[in-house]
Write a protein that binds this ligand. Structure first.
Ligand SMILES: [Fe+2]
Length: 207
């Protein structure tokens, strides 16, 4: 039987319903008391200050739920169940009409997004195929062309309900298209393993 091997794929992990309704509600409520900063590139996008989850009770609870998922996800990235740490978390508030420009997360290996509200289907997080790869500079993108992991230029998270988590490698560029729905609230974070080891030469990461 013929077989197709997906040679060098990029993992993205979806964890539906990781936060219970009470935690989602508490996290949304907490934003009312938080210090908010405006995004430099969108007038309708606001962030809370970046916080260490160990210094914030709600972030710590969310981070504790994310850690086992990071261990699973990290095993795909590095081939071993390492100790992971969420080193920073922040809240994004995207008002109607706002968008988040294409970006990736520096100084981090895995990043995640908790969804605290539902999103308009047109405003789900979209990930783009890493540019500058060793691929054809030709495309066959037509209305009739079937898109799949080998030819698509973009992956849009298909569902994002309150309490859901997604994890992705921090280098992967992503954006949020113009918000066509109500206020959209997410909590994002960056995570690192405690160490990486290449044949005995170790790099260790500490808070
Ligand atoms: Fe991001």
């Amino acid at each position: 039987m013929d077989q197709i091997e997906p040679l060098f794929p990029i993992p993205l992990m979806r964890c539906p319903g990781l936060l219970d309704a009470a935690l989602v509600e508490a996290a949304v409520e907490a934003i009312g008391n938080a210090r908010i900063e405006k995004n430099l590139r969108s007038e309708q996008l606001f962030h809370t200050e970046i916080a260490d989850p160990r210094s914030d009770e709600l972030f710590r609870r969310m981070s504790d739920l994310a850690i086992p998922k990071l261990v699973d996800f990290g095993a795909l990235l590095f081939g071993e169940r390492l100790e992971w740490m969420v080193k920073e978390m922040w809240t994004n508030v995207l008002e109607p009409g706002g968008s988040q420009a294409l970006h990736s997360h520096a100084n981090s290996f895995a990043s995640g997004v908790f969804y605290l509200t539902s999103s308009h289907p047109g405003s789900h997080t979209a990930f783009v195929r890493p540019p500058g790869g060793f691929e054809f500079n030709f495309r066959h993108h037509t209305r009739s062309a079937a898109m799949g992991p080998f030819n698509a230029g973009k992956y849009v998270v298909p569902e994002a309900e309150p309490g859901d988590l997604i994890l992705f490698p921090s280098y992967l560029y992503h954006e949020v298209p113009k918000n066509q729905g109500g206020v959209r609230v997410t909590v994002a974070f960056n995570a690192i393993p405690d160490r990486l080891d290449c044949w005995g030469y170790q790099i260790k990461f500490a808070p």
